[in-house]
Design a protein around this ligand. Structure first.
Ligand SMILES: [Zn+2]
Length: 341
């Protein structure tokens, strides 16, 4: 790894943080992330043989942190290091777009421990995975690529679910909660059916039926998204997990780089909005539920021609194909008039 190469990765990280305006961008975790990359881009930053920058909380210390012996800073640093991996996919894509072979990751180095020892961290160059990035230069005819926009946190449900890593206690908590919801729904149905049987008036039967429907419906709408996200890996996020009604948001259940003991990947919930650009009219393409023959699939729908300019959508490849291919002829013949602006 030559030094020049590692400088480019640090610059990539810093550029990402400069432009990042998504979830948490104003928080201390992101302020510390920026401090880390600013420190790393200084000439005096120590590097090891592999080109990794070595730092500890002391390198980020400001006057504010002196009085509490770095307590707060260490907490922010911990948050910062947890946040950085959430952006690996985007950093990987950015690195590929710039023909870089690596993007920067942050890892804990040697442990602190005894008195006077400070935990060291490393900004390491991580090889890009070209297979997970979209090579925008060689997209086949009729295809669009999607990019994911990170959601803003606008309510406590989103804060709770977004970024939740399904392992250890949290995995059991998720499984337990969904199981409990199913058991509760079954119990409600059983008690409800009994109540309906013992009613003698039509009003009694109706009101019992409505009560059951409300309880079971509420349990279903609250807990089924987690279940379907786990089963389908991506779904349209329910309203309570959408930062805005103005655009479609998705709830993903994606791989992390970690593995469980049985070799299966540790997964993580993520709330994102995938967007693309319409090939025909250049409008924004949002991901929504497919209807009719596309029922059961997620599709990309053009904001200005939502029934005609529709695309397939796959969050793994981040690609989609124009479904009504007759429009390709129009593109080829340049018969498309520019949209009104
Ligand atoms: Zn369009």
């Amino acid at each position: 790894m030559d030094t020049n190469q590692s400088d480019k990765e640090i610059a990539l990280g810093l550029e990402f943080l400069d432009n990042y305006s998504g979830k948490g961008s104003g928080t201390n975790a992101y302020r510390v992330l920026k401090q880390i990359f600013e420190f790393a881009s200084s000439e005096s930053a120590p590097k090891d043989d592999s080109g990794s920058v070595i730092f500890s909380w002391r390198d980020l210390q400001t006057e504010e942190d002196v009085s509490d012996d770095g307590k707060r800073l260490k907490k922010y640093l911990k948050d910062a290091i947890e946040k950085w991996p959430l952006h690996y996919e985007r950093l990987n894509q950015d690195a590929v777009d710039r023909s870089l072979k690596y993007f920067p990751i942050i890892e804990r180095g040697e442990m602190g421990g005894g008195a006077g020892n400070v935990t060291k961290y490393l900004i390491k160059p991580h090889p890009v995975t070209e297979s997970t990035a979209v090579d925008k230069t060689t997209l086949p005819r009729g295809f669009i690529s999607y990019t994911s926009e990170t959601s803003e946190t606008t309510n406590p449900f989103i804060r709770f679910v977004d970024g939740m890593i399904a392992k250890g206690f949290k995995l059991y908590m998720i499984l337990g909660t969904v199981m409990l919801a199913i058991i509760l729904a079954i119990l409600t149905l059983m008690v409800g059916l009994y109540l309906i049987r013992v009613q003698t008036t039509t009003f009694g039967i109706l009101s019992s039926a409505i009560d059951i429907a409300i309880i079971v419906g509420a349990l279903y709408s609250l807990f089924s998204p987690m279940y379907f996200a786990v089963m389908n890996r991506i779904i349209i996020a329910p309203v309570y997990l959408s930062p805005s009604r103005n655009y479609s948001t998705q709830l993903e259940y994606i791989r992390t780089r970690e593995k469980h003991k049985n070799g299966k990947p540790v997964r993580q919930f993520r709330i994102v909005s995938y967007v693309g650009e319409c090939l025909i009219c250049k409008s924004k393409v949002d991901v929504e539920k497919g209807r009719g023959s596309l029922s059961g699939r997620l599709i990309g729908r053009c904001a200005d021609s939502p029934t005609e300019h529709i695309y397939t959508f796959d969050h793994q490849t981040k690609l989609g194909k124009l479904i009504h291919s007759e429009y390709l002829d129009l593109i080829d013949q340049k018969k498309i008039t520019k949209p009104l602006s």
